[in-house]
Design a protein. Structure first.
Length: 278
């Protein structure tokens, strides 16, 4: 059966690869990106199974218009993939106000507005699901990526809430958490000018790992997009899907560490209850 997908950020990386693989197997794709001409080759090869539109997810009015046009043109959308993203490599002091706004506007507010625009259409058709592309950095952190983490932790909290709110309508949302993958993300990072004070610090080490190409990228982009497609095909609707041995290990370490710290404060937590005895 043909599945219809709406995907943001399809000019390169996971968005482009996912679009290619879906079209190759006969699905329909509404692909949005800032430069639609980047998909001219796919349009020539796949005809009307590929619908494209110019979209910058930081433009809320255009998000609403493009989402509505996609549903109208295709009749139905089975899967909405929030994939567009932006990263800035900087310590918290080094980033400019413009860089901070862009990462939050793209990864957090842009993703929120795509979901808000799609939900009335999904509810009207009484079926559908959302895949929110996050990262291992939605549950763990690396120095030098603080603003990226702020946006990804924020969208994960938002999506947990959305998943619970839309379940009564027969809709589902899964947060997809890819690990480091050779998609060009590292090369596309916006890098802030370094401050001398941060030399020989963890933030500087992260910067050097990315800029030198030494940051480990253990995952296959082809297998990662395949796992996303397999998830949809299976009908399973987990809240989160960790993808990559690095994601699994890093998130597990973060979660067990937080749980241990949480348990260490059990007594003080209970001590402030109104019924506590001293």
């Amino acid at each position: 059966m043909t599945t219809t997908w709406f995907i943001t950020g399809t000019s390169s990386g996971l968005g482009r690869l996912l679009t290619e693989n879906l079209l190759a197997r006969g699905d329909r794709v509404a692909a949005t990106l800032r430069r639609p001409e980047a998909l001219d080759d796919l349009r020539a090869a796949h005809g009307d199974r590929l619908w494209t539109a110019r979209l910058d997810v930081t433009d809320t009015e255009r998000v609403r218009r493009v989402v509505g046009e996609a549903f109208a043109a295709l009749g139905t959308v089975d899967v909405v993939v929030n994939n567009a993203g932006y990263g800035v490599l900087a310590s918290v002091e080094e980033a400019s106000d413009e860089q901070i706004r862009r990462v939050v506007d793209t990864n957090l507010l842009g993703s929120i507005q795509v979901i808000r625009a799609a939900l009335p259409h999904l509810r009207a058709q009484s079926r559908g699901r959302i895949l929110q592309v996050s990262t291992a950095g939605g549950q763990t952190t690396y120095p030098g990526l603080g603003y990226y983490h702020a946006s990804k932790w924020g969208i994960e909290g938002f999506c947990e809430t959305v998943a619970r709110e839309i379940a009564p309508f027969g809709l589902a949302l899964t947060i997809v958490e890819p690990g480091a993958t050779p998609t060009g993300f590292g090369a596309s990072l916006d890098v802030a000018p370094p401050l001398p004070a941060y030399e020989n610090t963890p933030a500087a080490a992260t910067r050097q790992a990315f800029l030198s190409g030494r940051f480990p990228v253990p995952n296959s982009a082809e297998r990662l997009t395949g796992a996303m497609i397999d998830l949809v095909d299976s009908g399973a609707t987990p809240l989160r899907l960790p993808l990559g041995p690095d994601t699994y290990a890093d998130v597990r370490t973060a979660l067990t560490g937080r749980l241990a710290e949480h348990e260490a404060h059990r007594d003080v937590a209970h001590s402030v209850a109104a019924t506590a005895t001293r």
